[in-house]
Write a protein that binds this ligand. Structure first.
Ligand SMILES: Cc1ncc(C[n+]2csc(CCOP(=O)(O)OP(=O)(O)O)c2C)c(N)n1
Ligand SMILES: [Mg+2]
Length: 257
């Protein structure tokens, strides 16, 4: 997909791929042929710029058709570069204005509770969004409403548009911060599939009536060594020959290839 445009939020997509894999292929309940099925778990992508990553997961899941990949990012495509609910089946919210997703997820989780639904609402947010006051308002209200059906997934890639998140966000210590607000908080290596599976299972089965968060420490550009070492990875250009090199490397290291 990224190759269609030659550039984009490729580093985020590679970094968060494991979190999405566990979300869509281990944790969540949904019907690929009916993305609006009332009995589904909701997945809210705050970070519209991560859309390419979610499209890839939804294509794997059969929610989106693979043959639309060549339209990625083009006018009239159902897969625009930033995630938009009105364009794309399975894209539950329009993200991009950072700091809004968790608040929307709080409202949806509350609504599902009032309908006596036992479904979960997931919100994938970024470490950049932890610098938004609106995120922490949502954190507090989720505790107030005892939203044990809300699971926040923080992609902590230690990167924002113009530098490392840990330099902007009072020295990390993310899980204790969320715990202090009353959440059940776990912090894991977000590129370790087994650790993620355990964390999702714990989040779903935790017995207390509190919201849940998994801080996923991920690596930008994970899996493609010559991209991992780039200095600035928020929005990257990848040259034609580099796509081929990257794909060949990923194929080579793929488990059970
Ligand atoms: C409210 C708001 N402020 C600023 C932006 C511009 N912006 C787009 S992406 C981004 C970086 C935010 O950090 P993060 O999502 O952690 O970046 P990444 O890890 O993808 O580099 C910013 C500031 C925005 N989209 N919305
Ligand atoms: Mg980030």
């Amino acid at each position: 997909m990224g190759e269609v445009q030659g550039q984009g939020y490729i580093g985020q997509a590679l970094g968060v791929a494991d979190v999405l894999a566990v979300s869509y292929f281990h944790a969540m309940t949904y019907r690929a042929d009916d993305p609006e099925w009332e009995g589904r778990d909701r997945f809210y992508l705050s970070i519209g710029h991560y859309a390419i990553a979610l499209y890839a997961a939804m294509i794997e899941a059969g929610i989106l058709p693979e043959d639309e990949i060549p339209t990625y990012g083009m006018d009239d495509s159902r897969m625009p570069m930033s995630g938009m609910a009105s364009y794309t089946p399975g894209m539950e919210i329009t993200g991009g204005s950072l700091g809004q997703g968790l608040g929307i997820a709080v409202g949806a989780a509350l609504g599902l509770k009032r309908k006596n639904s036992d479904r979960f609402v997931y919100n994938l947010l970024s470490d950049g969004e932890l610098g938004e006051g609106s995120t922490w308002e949502a954190v507090m209200s989720a505790t107030q409403w005892k939203l044990d059906n809300l699971i926040a997934l923080v992609d902590f890639n230690n990167q924002q548009a113009d530098g490392p998140s840990r330099e902007a966000l009072a020295n990390g210590a993310e899980a204790p911060k969320w715990s202090a607000f009353g959440w059940y908080a776990q912090e894991v290596d977000g590129n370790d599939l087994a650790a993620l599976v355990r964390a999702f299972d714990n989040a779903k089965s935790h017995p207390e009536p509190v919201p849940r968060v998994i801080i996923c420490n991920t690596k930008m550009c994970k899996g493609v060594p010559f991209l991992e070492t780039r200095e600035s990875t928020h929005f990257i250009r990848v040259e034609a020959d580099e796509w081929a090199k990257a794909l060949a490397h990923l194929d080579e290291v793929k488990p059970n290839a």
